[in-house]
Structure formats: structure tokens, C-alpha cells
Ligand binder design. Structure first.
Ligand code: PNW
Length: 485
């Protein structure tokens, strides 16, 4: 489909921000340094059988000790924005931040030093409070995100973070991908803490909405007036499209959008409450309902719409056996879609445009600007290769296609997208896949204790895009319309 796949090269809006993303557990290492408490990913990865090759984040990119390396890589590439996350258990080893006795000064100082380096390099921080590394103590004492107490504890953690760093940080992201946290961590059990239970999954989901809302109101009531920053949440969603024109399949795709995105986005950006299909298809022994007061607290509890997006699925009504229509759904991929190193990730640029337009229309991107906080693509290896693989034209093609479709959503559909963030600055610990999947634009040698880094071709492509604010066609022609890669 030529019209659907082509896009136009050219300039992005002035002030458009191009960023890189990472997360604490995936890059820092130093898992027990300077008083840091254990978190659920330490426990999970240090238990045999949970992660490919039994890899852990114990050392990862050693970014805890290589702050200067990371900042100078970004500076050389001309990047002006950086999204990273704080390790809760570094700041408060048991997860309890309320009193000074629960706080770890060395951990707090570490991020002060890092923020100072960024500011000195003229790089604007986008800081995620929670990127999956829950202090183990909270999991042990009240089952982590399953327990209602997590909402209070997250609030205390957020308050500490705002009061410590709020004069240096103007962009806050509360939670990264609560859907993955709850569905993969508590529903299927392939991520930490490794539980597989439907009720656990939905209790987790419910508490993440409340925890976000709590942190938003703390910022609003106690810090906004003096710090003048902004705060939002980052949600992940694929684009779900009906397999064909059938109304049943269209409805099934919408139900999936409701469950993966609407579960957070509807309460926060639309109605204050869960989407209708979610309320209808889950009885109240599985799905806790919001009180009227919670609904009014949820509604409007964000300054921007944080989006992580990677891939697309086609959806049919009912389960694989063709049963349970109107409630279940089955996802499909196309044989023509290029598959990445991660088995779930197919490169489908046109789905990204449709998703941005969907979000613009449903959640009003004029009121809540869209910040794309992750998009990227992986290669597969064994993680122990020491010869840098720097020629990644296929990754440049992925980025060119996705960024080109984002440009169409902005130009043609008036989607108010203000930030784009590439996942990731550098290769890192890819969760249950360990070091077997590389998402970085910067190559990391994981076999060398010094963790040297090398720019891949995609890093140079992205650097060019950032400095010119202009997308080029992948084939080097730049006469307006680019064909799909
Ligand atoms: C995101 N899936 O996670 C995370 O925010 C990053 O930390 C991660 O490294 C990146 O995407 C690449 O995976 C996801 O299985 C993990 O569909 C798994 C899935 C989606 C997103």
C-alpha cells in the first residue's frame, strides 16, 4: 500500500524535542553499591532460570560509575534531552522514604551529581520515578503493587524526589508502562516479581492508576507553584487494527486498545474512570472500582501524554478457538512485516501514524501534548560478542519510517506531538532477554570490564536529525516524498 507507507521528508516544528531514553536497572549496575537496597529485578535476575543465559543487571553498562562517558556520548551526538529513571531502592533502600531514617544520602547525592553533569552539558532531564525496580522490601511485606499500601509509599518516594531534585528537573514521568509491570510481572510472571495470577494483575493495575494520581496531586499541591515543572505518565501500547473490515473485528481491536491503553488513559485523560468495555467485561471481584472521589482525582491528573510505542497487531474477535466473541480477541501479524531481534517486535511504521491520530482524537492532544517517550528496534545476539556491529542501516530504516509517519500525523492530522525519544541511547540489560537483544544506537562491549562504547551508524543518523531538525529519506534522496524503506 504505497500511499499508506510513503511519507514526506522535511523539517519538524520549531522547538520539537529529540531525546534518548534509558532506565536505571538496565544501565546502572552497582546493584549493591553505596547502601542501595535490593529491588525485585535484583531478586528476579539473580534467581536461575528467569533471564536468558541467567544474565543479571548487577553490572549492566556500569553507568553508575560512567556518568561522564554517558553524558559526553550525548554531547557528541548533539542531543539536548535525556530520559532516564531513578532507582527507588538507591534513595530509600527499604522503599520507605517518609522519614530521613529511611533515606540513603549516598544514593541521593549520586543523582545530584548526574543532574549537575547534564545541566552543565546543556541537556534537559526527563526523569522517570518508576521504571520497574520496586524495592524488594515492599514486595516482601505487602506483595508490592498488589498491596494498597504501595500507593502511600510511592507518594512518599515522589515527595522526596520532587523536594530533592525539583529545582533541577522540570519534566517528571511517574510510571513507565504500568501495563507491562502488571501483566508481565503479576499476570504472566515472565518479569519480576514473577507472579501469574489474574487477581494479582488487576490489583496491580488498579494501584498503579492510584499511585500515579497520588504523585500528580503531591506535585500539584506542594511543588508546582515554586518549581514550575510538568508531570505525566508513560503508557505503552501497540496499535491494534481490525483484521479486516468486519465490525466484530473492529470492536475487538477497540477492546484491546481499551485494556492496554484506555485502562490508564481513560481515567487520567478522559472520564476519570475505566473504559466501558473494561467495566463491562470484568466483574468487581477481579476489577476494583474507583470511588466517586477517586474518579474526580484521576480526571485531568497529567500535563502531557507519555507514549511508548513499538509495534502493531491485527485483531480478530474471540479467542483462538473462535469462542468468547464480544469479550476476547486474538492477535495476528503479517508475514511481510520485518521482524526485529525481539520476537514480539515487528516494524510497522503506518501503525504508528494511526495510533498518534487515535490518541490525538480520543484524548485531545491540544490539551495534553503527546510526548513519545520510547520507540526503537532491536538486534539479536548472544551478548558476549566483543566485535562491535556498527553498520545498522536496517535500524536507520526503522527510525526513518516511524519518524516519517509521525511527521504525517503532525502535518496531516494535526496530532500535537512535541517530543520524540529513541529507545535506547545504548545497548543495555533487556529484562528477561538479558543481553541477547540490543536496542542501542551506541554499541556497548559487555565482555570488557571497562564497558567501552562505540557509535553505530544509527547514532550518526539520529545526531544529524537532531541538529538539523529535518528528516531525510532513507535512500539519500530528499526531493519530498520518501518511499517506504
Ligand atoms: C519497554 N512486550 O518494554 C521498556 O520500557 C524498556 O525498558 C524496554 O527495554 C523496551 O521497551 C524494549 O523492550 C517493553 O513484550 C517490554 O511487548 C516488553 C514488551 C513491550 C515493551
Amino acid at each position: 500500500d504505497a500511499e499508506r507507507d510513503s511519507f514526506t521528508a522535511g523539517k519538524f516544528p520549531d522547538n520539537f524535542k529529540w531525546s534518548f531514553a534509558t532506565a536505571a536497572y538496565q544501565i546502572e549496575g552497582a546493584w549493591d553499591a553505596d547502601g542501595k537496597g535490593k529491588n525485585i529485578w535484583d531478586t528476579f535476575s539473580q534467581t536461575d532460570g528467569n533471564v536468558q543465559n541467567n544474565d543479571t543487571g548487577n553490572d549492566a553498562c556500569k553507568s553508575y560509575y560512567n556518568m561522564v562517558r554517558d553524558v559526553s556520548n550525548m554531547k557528541s551526538l548533539g542531543v539536548k534531552d535525556y530520559r532516564f529513571s531513578l532507582s527507588w531502592a538507591r534513595l530509600c533502600p527499604t522503599g520507605k522514604c517518609k522519614d530521613a531514617s529511611g533515606q540513603e544520602k549516598r544514593g541521593i547525592d549520586h543523582y545530584h551529581k548526574f543532574l549537575d553533569l547534564l545541566i552543565e552539558a546543556d541537556i534537559e532531564p526527563f526523569v522517570t520515578l518508576y521504571h520497574w525496580d520496586l524495592p524488594q522490601n515492599l514486595e516482601t511485606t505487602y506483595k508490592g503493587w498488589e498491596g494498597a499500601q504501595v500507593v502511600e509509599d510511592f507518594g512518599d518516594y515522589a515527595r522526596l524526589v520532587f523536594s530533592e531534585y525539583g529545582h533541577k528537573v522540570k519534566n517528571w514521568i511517574t510510571l513507565n508502562e504500568a501495563e507491562v509491570v502488571c501483566d508481565l510481572g503479576y499476570g504472566i510472571g515472565v518479569f519480576a516479581p514473577g507472579k501469574a495470577n489474574l487477581k494479582s494483575q488487576f490489583d496491580c493495575r488498579h494501584h498503579t492508576v492510584l499511585a500515579h494520581t497520588k504523585a500528580y496531586h503531591i506535585y500539584n499541591d506542594e511543588f508546582r507553584a515554586t518549581q514550575k515543572g510538568q508531570i505525566g505518565i508513560t503508557m505503552n501500547t501497540d496499535w491494534y487494527e481490525g483484521f479486516n473490515e468486519s465490525k466484530d473485528n473492529y470492536d475487538a481491536a477497540q477492546r484491546w486498545m481499551d485494556l492496554q491503553l484506555g485502562f490508564w488513559a481513560d481515567p487520567i485523560y478522559l472520564t476519570g474512570d475505566y473504559p466501558e468495555s473494561v467495566l463491562k467485561n470484568n466483574n468487581d471481584t477481579i476489577l476494583q472500582r474507583f470511588t466517586a472521589e477517586q474518579i474526580s482525582q484521576n480526571k485531568g491528573a497529567a500535563d502531557f501524554f507519555g507514549l511508548n510505542h513499538y509495534t502493531t497487531r491485527l485483531v480478530t474477535d474471540g479467542n483462538a478457538a473462535g469462542e468468547n466473541k464480544g469479550v476476547d480477541y486474538t492477535q495476528h501479524t503479517c508475514p511481510q512485516w520485518p521482524q526485529a531481534g525481539s520476537e514480539w517486535l515487528y516494524s510497522v511504521p503506518w501503525g504508528y501514524k494511526k495510533l498518534l491520530t487515535y490518541i490525538h482524537n480520543r484524548y485531545d492532544s491540544e490539551q495534553y501534548p503527546i510526548y513519545v517517550t520510547e520507540n526503537g528496534v532491536s538486534s539479536r545476539g548472544n551478548g558476549t560478542d566483543f566485535e562491535p556491529e556498527l553498520d545498522d542501516q536496517w535500524r536507520i530504516d526503522h527510525y526513518t519510517g516511524y519518524i516519517g509517519q509521525m511527521k504525517r500525523a503532525i502535518d496531516e492530522d494535526k496530532a500535537n506531538v512535541q517530543v520524540y525519544t529513541a529507545w535506547s541511547l545504548m545497548d543495555n540489560f533487556e529484562w528477561a532477554s538479558g543481553y541477547t537483544e540490543r536496542f542501542g544506537m551506541v554499541w556497548v562491549n559487555f565482555t570488557d570490564p571497562a564497558r567501552p562504547t562505540y557509535f553505530k551508524d544509527s547514532a550518526l543518523f539520529y545526531s544529524d536529525l537532531i541538529t538539523t531538525n529535518e528528516l531525510q529519506c532513507s535512500d539519500g534522496t530528499n526531493d519530498g516524498t520518501c518511499k517506504a524503506a
